[in-house]
Design a protein. Structure first.
Length: 318
């Protein structure tokens, strides 16, 4: 799956935006340059995906360098972002290939890039992803993952390395079935983590918040299907909430999934490549930054409050 195909998918979804894709540049680590030009304002927005070193900690990372804003002199500062991607390098005369997981993660990080680059907010502190609520900032990125799990999208991006054959539908169906295998169990696992996180951070002493192991045991009695081993010490290694910045916010993973699945369902209802739907997504969500509450952005796009039905359907539960 090549970068050109990925760019064209973006161009089709938001077809009111024109642009061009630069060729691979013969510089460090197979650096590639994408220049996007917004026709209405003639504003260039740049995204640089590059292959990184295998020893780097992150496989993919999104870095925003400059945000869209109006400077004191009245000029507009255009946004710049990097996608640093540790793709596999070519071996011998064989081309470099992306796994489907690579593509899904690239779409995810590209979603952050779109959120950053398409902002129209003049105040830097509210532009792009700045100031967006913790439980909604992953919505645009997780939204993009849905395109990587849509067959109509994948068949335009994929081909067999030797024969050029498009990804067969029956193989895609098997991939989708594998993704959704035990999705209900995984959902309960996420709920267990989220409830544990919230309860040890609330001020309700009735759940013995000072004894975190007891709190976790009580949560598991409520939601777990398979009992945990007596010697399990999961909480002591729950780095997300003790060292990863997700204290009292781990629930945001699942809530962002609800929002992103419901947002994508608008494209399923109105047409996957419907320019009007894509424009509304940009106008009401991606361009707003944190100038408006995220839930208001969602309501403006969908015309209603979020529903869990699309996520359950995408997970194969419904």
């Amino acid at each position: 799956m090549g970068e050109k195909g990925i760019f064209l998918e973006y161009r089709v979804d938001f077809s009111f935006i024109g642009g061009q894709l630069g060729n691979f540049l013969p510089v460090k680590q197979h650096l590639a340059l994408i220049c996007l030009q917004k026709a209405a304002q003639n504003t260039q927005k740049r995204c640089f995906p590059a292959a990184g070193r295998a020893e780097e900690r992150h496989k993919f990372i999104f870095v925003n360098i400059k945000v869209n804003c109006v400077l004191p002199d009245g000029s507009v500062r255009t946004p710049v972002a990097f996608l640093v991607c540790n793709f596999s390098h070519p071996v011998g005369d064989k081309p470099a290939l992306l796994t489907h997981d690579d593509v899904t993660t690239l779409f995810h990080e590209f979603g952050h890039g779109l959120h950053h680059m398409l902002s129209r907010v003049p105040q830097a502190q509210l532009s792009g992803i700045n100031g967006v609520e913790w439980d909604a900032v992953e919505m645009p990125s997780q939204f993009m993952e849905n395109w990587a799990w849509n067959y109509d999208t994948l068949k335009t991006l994929s081909s067999h390395v030797d024969t050029g054959e498009v990804l067969p539908k029956d193989l895609f169906d098997k991939m989708l079935a594998a993704k959704n295998f035990q999705s209900g169990m995984f959902c309960l696992r996420q709920l267990e983590f989220a409830l544990f996180d919230l309860r040890i951070h609330d001020d309700d002493k009735s759940d013995h918040a000072e004894d975190f192991e007891k709190v976790l045991d009580n949560v598991r009695k409520e939601v777990a299907v398979v009992p945990a081993a007596e010697y399990s010490r999961f909480a002591q290694s729950f780095a997300h909430i003790f060292a990863g910045g997700y204290s009292a916010g781990y629930y945001s993973y699942k809530w962002a999934e609800v929002l992103s699945a419901d947002a994508f369902s608008a494209f399923e209802e109105e047409g996957l490549f419907n320019p009007a739907t894509g424009k509304r997504w940009v106008d009401e969500v991606l361009s707003r930054g944190s100038s408006r509450d995220a839930i208001e952005n969602f309501r403006a796009f969908r015309g209603r409050d979020p529903s869990i039905e699309p996520l359950l359907r995408h997970s194969g539960i419904l």
